[in-house]
Design a binder for this molecule. Structure first.
Ligand SMILES: O=C1O[C@H](COP(=O)(O)O)[C@@H](O)[C@H](O)[C@H]1O
Length: 317
């Protein structure tokens, strides 16, 4: 059993659960309610130490429960350290559950700051208690550069996480960095289709691969994966993996999972730290004046979405 810390995921304080509509862009909660919940959770914080925990409950059809379909939870932490501890516990819990249920745990990583937030997984108790042999690791997006390049999301994950845990090398699905962006995207999709055939990967009802856990970061502009605001790729409906050659954030050539794949996930953790990202968080969870939908607002998994926010990222809620 992997999860044993004091911040047990299953016993975490839940002040409520928000059921998502099919269009996640519509926030069901007024900012006043969010603020009230946050204040409430700060009260809890005094009792349990330095952790905030806020989960929001509301739906147009009345109060939702976790068993009534897709749910969205919001957790706010006062430090990146407590966020990392809770994220490790959450991941270990899911690892244990899926490893027992299906004999495999399919995990999708982002690049960027997300990798730093995984740092507690490489420490006791998790490094020793997780059944790493069941892990299969993928990337939600990758820059089309050699694997030893400083811009490579694979290199970032390898240096900060993968090199410190005993995941089988054959279960780590990096892109083929010898190919063009289009070639690498096609190659990665073929790899995913092969893994679906072999039952390593589940298939969702909509016919897209269903990953057990997707660990998403978000850029200050509200981008997730390599799906950027205003870019036509956010509307891709058919492909599993696609390529971009004009990424507004360097490097320009990347491959990325599409929204149908992201949203087929069983669990998504959206991990966001820093006041510089407070605006897109506000757009997604609070009241936003802006009618332009950001990519982060399009994250709406078939399963459960949990936001892991630090105080800075939650500062505009
Ligand atoms: O370019 C990328 O950016 C996002 C966000 O990165 P962050 O450093 O602001 O957290 C990341 O999630 C994505 O994987 C990466 O390719």
């Amino acid at each position: 059993m992997a999860s044993s810390s004091a911040l047990s995921f299953s016993t975490c304080l839940r002040l409520g659960v928000r059921r998502r509509l099919h269009n996640p862009c519509i926030s069901l909660i007024s900012p006043a309610v969010v603020q009230k919940r946050l204040n409430h959770s700060i009260g809890f914080n005094k009792e349990i130490g330095n952790r905030f925990n806020c989960v929001i409950k509301a739906s147009t059809a009345g109060m939702a429960t976790e068993t009534s379909g897709a749910v969205e939870k919001v957790e706010v932490f006062d430090t990146e350290e407590t966020l990392a501890a809770s994220l490790a516990n959450y991941t270990a819990h899911l690892s244990d559950m899926f490893s027992k249920q299906r004999g495999a745990f399919t995990v999708v990583l982002s690049g960027g700051s997300l990798i730093k937030s995984l740092r507690k997984l490489v420490e006791p108790p998790y490094v020793d208690s997780i059944d790493w042999s069941k892990w299969h690791v993928f990337w939600v997006d990758e820059r089309v550069v050699p694997k030893d390049h400083e811009d490579s999301n694979y290199k970032l994950a390898f240096d900060g996480f993968l090199s410190q845990v005993p995941i089988l090398p054959g279960h780590v699905y990096a892109i083929n960095d010898a190919l063009s962006a289009e070639g690498a995207a096609d190659d990665y999709e073929i790899c995913l289709r092969h893994l679906v055939k072999n039952s390593v990967l589940d298939l969702s009802v909509s016919g897209f691969p269903k990953f057990d856990l997707m660990l998403l970061g978000m850029g200050p502009d509200g981008h997730v994966a390599s799906l950027f605001p205003g870019h036509p790729l956010v509307n891709e409906k058919e492909k599993w993996v696609t390529s971009i050659k004009d990424s507004p954030k360097p490097p320009p050539e990347r491959i990325t999972f599409t929204f149908p794949v992201i949203n087929s996930s069983a669990y998504i953790a959206l991990v966001v730290c820093g006041a510089g990202k407070a605006r897109p968080v506000q757009a997604a969870l609070g009241k936003s004046e802006n009618s332009n939908i950001l990519p982060v607002q399009m994250v709406s998994p078939e399963g459960e979405l949990t936001w892991f926010l630090d105080e800075g990222a939650a500062s505009k809620l």
